[in-house]
Design a protein around this ligand. Structure first.
Ligand code: SAJ
Length: 417
């Protein structure tokens, strides 16, 4: 089998590499010539455990090539961004352009698979009208399916193989062909349905998480009123066999959970009230976090104040700071007139104006440490060696060993306590 993967980002590249490692001749395509070059040279432009070895193998054995233009293949996989516009409407232009780009290369009997997460009806309304231009009969001569990825950055390869998949075809044959393909490496159960159901399922999963996190954030705000530690409370509530409350935090980042619910808000309008409210609650957390930081400084009678932000990435142990709540928190802190420096062991070069290159540099002269990301490095810090001006820490992810930090003389605060 031959395959053409359009879009070599966080999902497209690991997917291309995995198929290549399983004997499929894969041609990767990206509009960004730098991404293409780095793959040809086996240099990674993204951080993901296990990716480097797998990429080396795929390229060295001749199973993975890359360029900026598609070529003929048995299967086409589209894995391009589906972000939201500033007005929170879905931007499906990448999906449309990627589909257009393959039209000249698609032949009778081919299979086109969309991996990107999209609003329900995108295959039908955006892709099919382009694919019709091949002149092939959709469903008998050209097969189309949605097979959304469900992997979590940081554990992509483990999850690509072990997670179940939901595959939605424009007809049964399309779904079955797609299933047969993924069975090359997927060990989890594969469920077949229609394309629109698969689109909705994927968006629902991320929306479930967003709404649940909004609930946790609201509980955190309430718990503060009563001096209850919400982390402890959620921990106990989750012992109930039918309860699974997520955890509060300084906001919801990434390009999935904070984005996909907007697809449902756009399509659902007035009917999507709870989903919309959850988005607003989570988007309000950076301001809440900044205000709480200010409040702690006030209580300690520290005027002005220097905040050392620990963590720029949108979540622990990843190097991705796009859509990170940390950026918003820093902005809000600066709006409050506070001085901010930041440090993140996973964000290597100078990617943010507040960024310092070492922990020592960041905490030097700081009045408060503000932990925004649960990186493993932060958990391993020995607080005895950390000497800011004032020993105060606000741990928004509850990731530090509180007792140890208290013993080291730190005044410890949580989001929701
Ligand atoms: N977060 C909280 N509280 C929690 C859990 C997460 O505030 O209890 C925050 C994180 O700090 C982060 C954000 O939410 O800022 C999102 O992180 P995440 O780890 O929940 O999710 P992503 O965006 O890395 O990946 C999600 C996953 N979806 C689900 O778990 C339902 C993944 O399986 C999807 O493949 C991915 O979105 C995607 O691409 O759609």
């Amino acid at each position: 089998k031959t395959m053409c993967v359009i879009g070599l980002g966080y999902i497209g590249l690991p997917t291309a590499v995995t198929f290549a490692n399983h004997g499929v001749k894969v041609h990767g395509v990206d509009v960004n010539p730098n991404a293409v070059r780095s793959i040809q040279e086996k240099k990674l432009h993204i951080e993901e455990p296990g990716l480097q070895e797998r990429l080396n193998k795929a390229v060295d054995e001749g199973y993975l090539t890359a360029s900026t233009t598609p070529q003929e293949a048995d299967v086409f996989i589209i894995s391009v961004p589906s972000p939201i516009n500033p007005d929170k409407t879905a931007n499906l232009e990448y999906v449309r352009e990627a589909t257009k780009s393959i039209v000249p290369y698609v032949r009778k009997g081919n299979l086109v698979i969309l991996e990107s997460t999209v609003p329900p009806k995108t295959v039908e309304r955006v892709m099919i009208p382009e694919l019709i231009k091949t002149g092939l009969d959709i469903g008998t001569e050209l097969f189309v399916a949605h097979s959304p990825e469900r992997v979590i950055p940081g554990r992509i390869f483990e999850e690509l193989i072990n997670n179940g998949r939901i595959i939605g075809g424009i007809n049964k044959k399309s779904a079955e062909m797609t299933k047969e393909l993924y069975e090359l490496f997927v060990k989890g159960p594969i469920h077949l349905t229609d394309a629109t159901t698969a689109e909705l399922v994927k968006v629902m999963e991320n929306t479930y998480r967003d709404v649940n996190i909004a609930f946790a954030n609201e509980l955190a705000k309430l718990a503060e009123e009563w001096d209850v530690n919400i982390w402890e409370a959620i921990h106990y509530a989750n012992f109930h066999p039918r309860v699974n409350i997520h955890f509060p935090g300084p906001g919801v980042g990434g390009h999935c959970i904070a984005v996909d619910p907007w697809f449902l808000v756009e399509l659902g309008g007035e009917k999507a009230q709870m989903i919309h409210l959850a988005r607003k609650i989570n988007d309000g957390m950076p301001l809440f976090t900044a205000q709480k930081t200010q409040k702690i400084l006030n209580e300690n009678k520290i005027a002005g104040g220097k905040v050392a932000v620990l963590g720029l990435a949108f979540k622990g142990n990843v190097d991705d700071m796009r859509e990170s709540p940390s950026l918003e928190v820093i902005h809000e802190l600066q709006q409050l007139g506070l001085e901010v420096v930041s440090f993140d062991p996973h964000i290597k070069e100078n990617k943010h104006p507040t960024q310092t290159q070492s922990l020592e540099e960041a905490v030097n002269g700081a009045d408060i440490l503000l932990v925004l990301t649960d990186h493993k490095e932060f958990k391993e810090y020995n607080p005895l060696t950390i000497t800011p001006k004032h020993k105060i820490v606000l741990d928004t992810k509850n990731c530090l060993d509180r007792e140890k930090w208290k013993e080291a003389g730190f005044q410890c605060h949580l989001l929701g306590d």
